[in-house]
Ligand binder design. Structure first.
Ligand code: PXP
Length: 243
């Protein structure tokens, strides 16, 4: 089984484009759940460029599947997350200039700092996932921090083709196997689409897939509920045929 986490940040981006109240990402989360999303993901960025504190707080009250909060280690964001108490957080690197998350966390370089944050969240009853590139050193460092899960960065796989893509799959497959050996739950995400998700499902068999852009892009034409149903269908058919 691969669970589907749907990231609804883009709906908030559209709202913020006009600085108005619509479209509401809280409604999007409801629609995604009706389409079968197993988790809802939002990224509360330091600059609040899309999701804002009100969205997070309302979703904590209204989302009935686990809410996964993507966040940096910025102290103000850590404080909000500890107070709001989501069931799951995913720690990501964050740069103001980036369009979306670029590259995985350098856990090896910051084991102590990350371990301290992981402990604060785990003591608070929140599961912690670390978003990383599929490198053995990073995976070992994640294990050292006490994190529950890793999310392997599938962006380079999504952005490549031919032999380069085959090499990315190989790295991800070895990373996933090593992560499981380290007793980490292995998730995957970034850049996944209706076309390229089967390649990840059949090789890595992640516990959770985290997908935003492709689902929200399709929803412009089909509505969010149908777009999520369709992505679940692609995942389930891949598992049935190749799982
Ligand atoms: N996983 C992580 C850690 C991310 O930062 C993002 C982007 O917010 C995603 C998954 C989803 O990526 P995409 O929008 O390309 O599907």
């Amino acid at each position: 089984m691969s669970f589907l986490g749907v990231n609804v940040d883009h709906v908030a981006t559209l709202r913020e484009a006009r600085g108005t109240y619509e479209p509401d990402p809280v409604w999007a989360a409801v629609e995604a759940q009706l389409g079968g999303a197993d988790l809802i993901t939002i990224h509360l960025r330091e600059d609040r460029r899309h999701i804002c504190d009100r969205d997070l707080r309302l979703m904590m009250q209204t989302v009935s599947v686990p809410l996964n909060l993507e966040m940096s280690l910025h102290e103000e964001i850590v404080a909000v997350a500890l107070e709001v108490h989501p069931p799951m957080i995913t720690v990501v690197p964050e740069r103001r200039e980036e369009l979306t998350t670029e590259g995985g966390l350098d856990v090896q370089a910051e084991v102590e700092r990350i371990s301290e944050v992981v402990k604060r969240f785990k003591d608070n009853g929140t599961k912690v996932s670390l978003f990383i590139d599929p490198e053995i050193g990073q995976i070992n460092a994640c294990r050292e921090t006490g994190a529950d899960m890793i999310e392997l960065h599938t962006g380079p796989y999504a952005g490549s083709s031919g032999e380069k893509r085959a090499r990315e799959i190989d790295k991800l497959t070895r990373g996933a196997a090593h992560g499981r050996k380290q007793e980490l739950v292995v998730n995957a995400g970034h850049g996944l689409t209706y076309n390229n998700v089967p390649g990840i499902v059949e090789t890595i068999k992640p516990c959770e897939l985290h997908i935003g852009h492709s689902v929200i892009a399709r929803s412009v034409f089909t509505g969010i509920r149908a777009a999520v149903e369709e992505m679940k269908d692609v995942i389930q058919k891949t598992l049935l045929m190749k799982g």
